[in-house]
Design a binder for this molecule. Structure first.
Ligand SMILES: Nc1ncnc2c1ncn2[C@@H]1O[C@H](COP(=O)(O)OP(=O)(O)OP(=O)(O)O)[C@@H](O)[C@H]1O
Length: 237
């Protein structure tokens, strides 16, 4: 997977467009993922680890179909895959209530579905009494709780992809969100989890994939893969 990175960044979209028309924009290519290949069987819970910028989120976006790879392919039933990331699709100028509808629509819920689930979402996020407040006045924990409640309110899909959603909120909310994710995992879904916590991988996963700087370093039992990753982190990188 290649990304085009601008070499001399424009300060505004207007400047970018003018440069584009004059063919003045210069780019370099960044290889974000290189020859990644692994199988995931039904019911497996696969943990993906790697240091910052290794390509984990890019991989999840490709698997979910949110992004097309430059080359290679993902063989999966795309209709039944759900990517769960937090913090996308919030407008801080809108109220929390408005954001439930906006964020829900982005995820693909209908208005009727959100109407039906609204009270449940507010209760799970523990934001009763705050829903008419603008989100810009919320703490980051409150925003994350709302995002988590919206994203996990639907029935579990066949393939569930979780991008760093297990470290949300304070310790009490984290316990609750962990239980919700466990429920989804144990409902028989195939799950892909990105996490920086090897503890999370060891507790939840049946297989682990370690990706480092876009390259697949290891695929195997979580215990072995996490041990190799930790040894790498402690040594010279
Ligand atoms: N849309 C994009 N355009 C350009 N470069 C991108 C884009 N998305 C990701 N990248 C680059 O691709 C590389 C991999 O990014 P990615 O977000 O997949 O890593 P990650 O392993 O999920 O990182 P982190 O652990 O920090 O969340 C990074 O160098 C990043 O800057």
């Amino acid at each position: 997977m290649y990304f085009k990175i601008a070499l001399d960044g424009s300060d505004s979209l207007k400047e970018y467009m003018i440069r584009a028309l004059k063919h003045q924009n210069k780019f370099r290519e960044l290889k974000a993922l290189d020859h990644i290949s692994f199988d995931v069987h039904q019911g497996e819970v696969v943990g993906i680890i790697g240091t910052n910028g290794s390509g984990k989120s890019t991989l999840l976006k490709i698997v979910s179909g949110a992004m097309g790879p430059t080359s290679g392919k993902v063989i999966a039933n795309k209709k039944k895959i759900q990517l769960l990331t937090l913090g996308t699709g919030f407008d801080r100028e809108l109220t929390a209530r408005e954001n439930v509808y906006l964020n829900g629509a982005i995820i693909g819920y209908t208005k009727e579905y959100i109407d039906e689930k609204y009270d449940e979402i507010v209760k799970f996020a523990e934001l009763e009494g705050f829903m008419e407040e603008r989100v810009k006045n919320f703490s980051s924990g409150m925003v994350s709780r709302l995002g988590f409640a919206i994203a996990t309110m639907r029935d579990t899909p066949d393939v569930l992809i979780l991008d760093e959603v297990l470290s949300v909120g304070d310790m009490f909310f984290r316990k609750k969100s962990h239980a919700r994710i466990q429920e989804m995992i144990h409902s028989g879904a195939t799950v892909l989890i990105v996490s920086h916590s090897t503890d999370t991988i060891l507790k939840n996963c049946t297989k682990a994939v370690w990706i480092e700087k876009g390259v697949q370093k290891m695929v195997g039992a979580p215990k072995e893969v996490c041990a190799a990753y930790q040894a790498y982190g402690q040594g010279d990188r």
